[in-house]
Design a protein around this ligand. Sequence first.
Ligand SMILES: Cc1cc2nc3c(=O)[nH]c(=O)nc-3n(C[C@H](O)[C@H](O)[C@H](O)COP(=O)(O)OP(=O)(O)OC[C@H]3O[C@@H](n4cnc5c(N)ncnc54)[C@H](O)[C@@H]3O)c2cc1C
Length: 327
Amino acid sequence: MSGKVWILVQQRDGGGLHPMSGEAIRAGVQLAAMAGTEAEAILLCAEPGSAGEEAAAFGPAAVRVIQHESLGQYTPGAFAGAAAAAAAAESPGWIVLPHSYQSIDYMGRLAHQLEAALVPEVIAFRQDDAGVVWTRPVFAGKLESEVRVRGDGPVVVSVQAGAFPAERSEAGPPVEALAVAGDAIAPDREVLGVEDAAGEQVDLSQAPAIVAVGRGIGGAEHVKEAEELAAALGAELGASRPVIDSGWLPRDRQIGSSGQTVSPKLYVAAGISGAIQHLVGMKGSRCVVAINKDASAPIFGVAQYGIVGDLHEILPAMTEAVKQAKA
Ligand SMILES: Cc1cc2nc3c(=O)[nH]c(=O)nc-3n(C[C@H](O)[C@H](O)[C@H](O)COP(=O)(O)OP(=O)(O)OC[C@H]3O[C@@H](n4cnc5c(N)ncnc54)[C@H](O)[C@@H]3O)c2cc1C
């Protein structure tokens, strides 16, 4: 495979860079270094805002902006059309996207338009004699599969949250324009309005620290023990599924294969056994502190720090220690 690595970065509603884009750029930069080519961040937007400069800070060789009024409101037709037209003109070897809801919505269409292979939800990659080998979870994260793309056409890849840390580099390139013919950017629908279906839903994917509770918390009346630690740490509250199913916390706090995927710097797991459906949602966490009375609980397998004991004693003690350290 020859050609550059393009990373299609995503803008937040406010104009800044969506945090998962930093991770995608780092993945793209690593891929480019491995393949002996360059990584370029490509921003599709109506107004770049600060997203271009923010993308540059993650170390791509270039940041290029496809700017068009029809890219202000996301539609799969306009985004796939713009990216496909630009890619058809320059033939990047790989197109990397963050595995976000927006990318999931249009990357299949983009791959189809480019007659490219599609490898979603990549968590790692390596090179062997026959090319790039991609690792991706299957069966809700129970297994990891390694795949290689046949042929030598372009490859569209999305990278899972938390798999590639978004480290910033020293200096970034200037932001430049990438021209695409306007008729390629054709919204395929009229968006009449956008409603947040989840109402006040908490976006745990952006939380820098999370205190998560499992069934071991023992009841809604004990959740405040975790809440107090979360407040002391400035962390969000998360939970395993039984806590949600029991009604001890609202559904938007669920982490795991049927909840949110998180990648905080700190993840405190209290009274969580570490079932695979939970692990798949939090194993991108930088530092996991597990509290469990069962020393053989699988959660200790992914924890940097393990505390074997009763969480009703440990959570208040940790809260006190954090408060004292801050005093
Ligand atoms: C299709 C499907 C999707 C699913 N999706 C999700 C998902 O998105 N998220 C999710 O979390 N689960 C999900 N599950 C459920 C998952 O399989 C597990 O059942 C669940 O994660 C277990 O939650 P838990 O660890 O809180 O409870 P348990 O497995 O019951 O573990 C409780 C733990 O608390 C410990 N404990 C008890 N008392 C104390 C104490 N006083 N002090 C310290 N430790 C204590 C116990 O030793 C135990 O390890 C899904 C399952 C299926 C089939």
